[in-house]
Write a new protein. Sequence first.
Length: 230
Amino acid sequence: MEYKARILLVEDDEGLGQVIMDNLRHAGYEVLHCTDGERGWQYFQKKTFDLVLLDLVLPKKDGFTLLHQIRNKNKDIPLLILTASSGEEEKAVGFRSGADDYITKPFSMQELCFRIEVFLRRSKPLQPAQHARFNLGDLCFDYSEMVLIGPEGPPNNLTQKEAELLKFFCEHANKILRREDILREVWGKEDYFLGRSLDVFITKLRKRLRSEPEIDLETIHGVGFKFNMT
């Protein structure tokens, strides 16, 4: 049987884990389920996965530690947090640590499958038509390679989300972009906590571009952002 993708599910609730695994397998995914963070890390090192579903409250190794380890090993794999908490600070920490999205328990399997499809679609290898290079003053942004290339020094590697966000800004340079439009285009949906994630990535991009005086990623208060290129 050919699967759509292979998913690592790290969830200590065996009943919930079994329900998620059965539904995802029925939807055409191969799922490997483990119930503690240490085993999850062992599986991640031994096998190749297309996406990770991760609970944060885990025995043996907590979810935040595992999240950091996964991101250090693979900066591009989509990683979705399963959480019973709606706390703002926990979600903000998760986004800063490299999570792509949160799904708050209880959730519907339809919602979970939709989120998975969105992130898998966005993480597929780029087709030739998607290849793009942008000149940003003395910098060259190569979207297909996810790098910023300067006149001196080695290329500056970007994460997939940084590259997607920067490409969207480059394609809409010198225009005011609403926060909700950015979230829908780059993240696939909009909500408060993804808005916090957007702010984190804006800060990262500003640091990447601070050496280039011709580029200004301006905050338009109460509206969104404007990527100024002179």
